[in-house]
Design a protein around this ligand. Structure first.
Ligand SMILES: [Zn+2]
Length: 89
């Protein structure tokens, strides 16, 4: 029987043959989807994706670019947004 922490949908069980010749079940975690821009839907650069225990190890500045809307909008969308705001005035 599996341990309760491994009895989840985020676990992928893989049968692998070990050197002794028998096959055993190994657990593999699902990959996390990459972050996408809220404006155009393009994949964001400089934003790593990982399971929470991997993301916890990163510092705040390693998790998103240090600019306005960093980690939410891509560079092009920020550029267009700033242009729009400036032209309103
Ligand atoms: Zn965008």
């Amino acid at each position: 029987m599996t341990s309760p922490r491994n009895n989840t949908k985020s676990a992928i069980w893989k049968k692998t043959r070990v050197p002794s010749g028998e096959s055993r079940l190994f657990i593999k975690r699902k990959k996390v989807n990459a972050a996408h821009c809220a404006g155009c839907g393009k994949e964001l650069g400089g934003v790593p994706s990982g399971r929470p225990y991997e993301m916890r190890k990163l510092s705040k500045t390693e998790k998103r670019p240090e600019r306005i809307y960093g980690g939410v909008l891509c560079g092009n969308c920020v550029k267009e947004k700033i242009k729009g705001e400036v032209r309103k005035v």
